[in-house]
Design a protein around this ligand. Structure first.
Ligand SMILES: [Zn+2]
Length: 389
């Protein structure tokens, strides 16, 4: 129910921004937004090997995937400038990585890593955006990646006393990237989609945690954990040329989709949409984030459904009233000055008809089929014509 209210609220916002946008179209689009520069950041390097398992070093896998991803982008999207934070086995400070992206005024920052766990069981991909971690596991990943600063010469002054082992620090730092959260979420969601759909990886979802390298950047950014080196099968996959090529092509495709969406004429609409979603939804877990992003990216179709109306009343009744006991999926709406009570939500008239018998059996002999479009009561005949049923 809560989701429904939110959805219709968003619909209103969408129409508002669409109308707004149409007016704006009169003017030539000289400041059309383009994704021109991407920074690809191979995690770790040099004296920092990152995760090490079964003789495989995270820094090597990350570099190989990063270079391949950049090559795909350069090959297929020649209008995009690709900048690497490292192209060989070098140690680069986290703040320097962010600095490279900021100086280039990049439009997107992609950091590539491999995951590790004490157990050899976990496997799959995770894509992070900067934010408050919602679970201890997310925090552990951020702490592991942030720990690279301990190898930096001057980290105490550089990060102003930041101690990666203190969760409070992560929370404070996580508040800074909020301006780009929506775009980062869109990119992260596309990366996980590509991993799942095209490379058949186990998608562990889009997550949030406080990564220093993302916090320091001033553009949308994601940190991709391409798989667990501690899982033998995944390690083997990531350690092959082919596995790395698959992962890189998935990241490239996600980037291509991201670029297209950001540059779409109505991108301001989806941005506004995303912003409202981010403000209204307390992002609890990866599923929610992905649902939210899918909602943003899917144009809202007219939602038509049938229901069984069994009572109308001049006075509002509590949905917990004794007389409603046993009625499934009970809802109330106001129509023509009356409070009307319905049960169920069905895609077809026939399904609703069948449910009508259940409601009649509960003592509401006058129950009949009604239809709704986007929450508004419409004629049943109209709905049947529109649904073709
Ligand atoms: Zn890493």
């Amino acid at each position: 129910m809560k989701r429904k209210i939110l959805f219709f609220g968003l619909l209103g916002v969408l129409f508002f921004f669409s109308a707004h946008h149409l007016k704006g179209q009169m003017a030539p689009d000289e400041n059309m937004y383009k994704v021109r520069t991407v920074v690809i950041d191979a995690g770790h390097g040099g004296k920092d090997p990152g995760a090490v398992s079964g003789g495989v070093l995270e820094k090597d896998i990350a570099l190989s995937i990063a270079l391949k991803t950049g090559a795909y982008i350069q090959e297929n999207l020649p209008d995009v400038k690709v900048i690497y934070t490292r192209k060989d086995d070098n140690f680069v400070e986290l703040h320097r990585r962010a600095g490279i992206a900021n100086e280039a005024q990049a439009d997107l920052f992609i950091s590539i890593h491999c995951n590790a766990n004490r157990s050899s069981k976990p496997y799959g991909t995770e894509t992070y955006v900067m934010g408050l971690h919602k679970s201890q596991a997310n925090l552990e990943v951020a702490k592991k990646e942030n720990a690279a600063i301990l190898l930096e010469e001057d980290y105490e002054s550089e990060y102003e006393g930041y101690d990666p082992n203190l969760p409070e620090n992560t929370i404070i730092f996580s508040l800074f990237q909020n301006a780009h959260l929506n775009q980062s979420l869109v990119m992260a969601s596309m990366v996980e989609d590509q991993f799942r759909e095209r490379v058949k990886r186990h998608d562990r979802g889009v997550k949030q945690a406080g990564f220093l390298v993302l916090y320091r950047t001033t553009m949308p950014g994601v940190l991709i954990e391409t798989g667990f080196l501690t899982n033998p099968a995944e390690r083997k996959f990531l350690n092959t040329e082919q596995g790395q090529a698959y992962i890189a092509s998935a990241i490239y495709r996600a980037f291509k989709n991201y670029k297209e969406i950001q540059e779409e004429e109505n991108n301001r609409v989806s941005d506004a949409f995303a912003e409202v979603v981010a403000e209204n939804i307390n992002i609890e877990d990866s599923e929610t984030i992905q649902e939210v992003v899918e909602e943003i990216l899917t144009p809202p179709a007219a939602e038509i459904y049938f229901s069984i109306q069994f009572l109308s009343s001049k006075h509002e009744k509590s949905l917990d009233a004794v007389e409603f006991r046993g009625i499934s999926d009970l809802r109330m709406y106001q129509h023509m000055g009356l409070y009307k009570y319905t049960s169920g939500e069905f895609a077809t008239f026939e399904q609703a008809q069948q449910h009508r018998n259940n409601v009649i059996a509960k003592g509401f002999k006058d129950a009949f089929v009604v239809a709704f479009r986007n929450g508004e009561r419409i004629k049943t005949s109209e709905a049947r014509a529109m649904t073709g049923r």
